[in-house]
Write a protein that binds this ligand. Structure first.
Ligand SMILES: [Zn+2]
Length: 309
């Protein structure tokens, strides 16, 4: 749900190309693929590694229409060239940890529930962690795109393995976290229980933009967004309790009346008050940033951002 184009993206893409181009070309040269296919890949190698999703599909289509042999015979050879298993091996100079380190995406863009931080220190072998990389176009069907930058979506294990599994995403039907920015096309909504004042009964998703509604809906169904968010109803309760105990102008108070007269900006007060960033392009820094922002908007607690409300 969160777009992951950040200030780090261009550098991460350049490093991805630098880290894989020579090695992949060497594997291509020693491959037993027919010469005309090797020439096709050689000519398009940079694009295969770093082109945007729609262009990747065009190159993939062109490759298989150029191919005159059996796809079943060709694909294992393609997998050896665009070798994802080798990419996941920490011993390789450039690998999945390098990409995760360069991207610096702190939470899963699919759910914004789980942290996806990277620990790649060489000193502590075996105790490393990084996000999974979800192949947006599955590598079983698109082996040519197994190492393509825009086909490697940093994700949490639950979204990648449990929910998506072998299901396929496709740009006509689903949201792509690099190509689409749908953050203002939907919002989280909630109903309160009649039993308790600050008891959230259910969380739901409201769609605001008809042109993206179907794709967002399909993507959210795949990652079971509504169901999982209903496991976190206490976040709504907490914000409503805060509103009631303090004031609608909680953020305004933080910007004006700190004890030692530190003048926090509205963004700083927001981060300190709710533990998440305010700006849309920083929502992937912390879990539940979008949910919290939507609750605060609905409860009219954002008047401190005067231009925004
Ligand atoms: Zn996730």
């Amino acid at each position: 749900m969160i777009n992951i184009v950040t200030k780090h993206t261009e550098n991460a893409k350049a490093e991805h190309e630098k880290g894989l181009l020579r090695k992949t070309r060497a594997k291509l040269n020693s491959s037993s693929l027919p010469k005309y296919l090797k020439e096709f890949i050689d000519k398009n190698l940079t694009q295969i590694l770093i082109e945007k999703p729609d262009k990747l599909l065009e190159i993939n289509k062109e490759f298989y229409s150029t191919n005159k042999g059996s796809v079943k015979k060709i694909n294992p050879k393609i997998r050896e060239i665009f070798d994802y298993n080798s990419f996941t091996n920490k011993k390789q100079e450039y690998n999945g940890y390098s990409l995760a380190d360069n991207l610096q995406i702190n939470t899963c863009p699919n759910c914004n529930r789980q942290y996806t931080i990277t620990i790649s220190s060489k000193k502590v072998e075996g105790q490393l962690t990084r996000p999974d990389f979800d192949h947006y176009f599955p590598k079983s069907k698109y082996p040519l795109l197994s190492l393509s930058f825009y086909n490697l979506i940093p994700s949490c294990k639950i979204c990648n393995s449990t929910f998506k599994g072998y299901k396929e995403t496709d740009i006509k039907q689903h949201i792509h976290p690099y190509s689409d920015n749908i953050i203002n096309d939907f919002s989280f909504d909630y109903k309160l229980s009649s039993k308790g004042l600050y008891k959230c009964e259910s969380i739901s998703v409201k769609f605001k933009e008809p042109t993206t509604k179907d794709r967002i809906k399909k993507t959210f169904e795949m990652f079971r967004i509504e169901e999982t968010y209903n496991g976190h109803k206490f976040i709504v309760d907490q914000i409503l309790q805060l509103k009631n105990s303090l004031n609608d102008d909680y953020l305004e108070i933080l910007t004006q009346k700190t004890y030692d007269n530190i003048n926090w900006t509205p963004e700083e007060a927001y981060r300190i008050g709710f533990g998440v960033n305010y700006k849309d392009d920083e929502l992937c820094e912390h879990p539940f940033s979008k949910l919290k922002k939507d609750i605060l908007k609905k409860e009219e607690m954002l008047s401190v951002f005067k231009t925004d409300v």
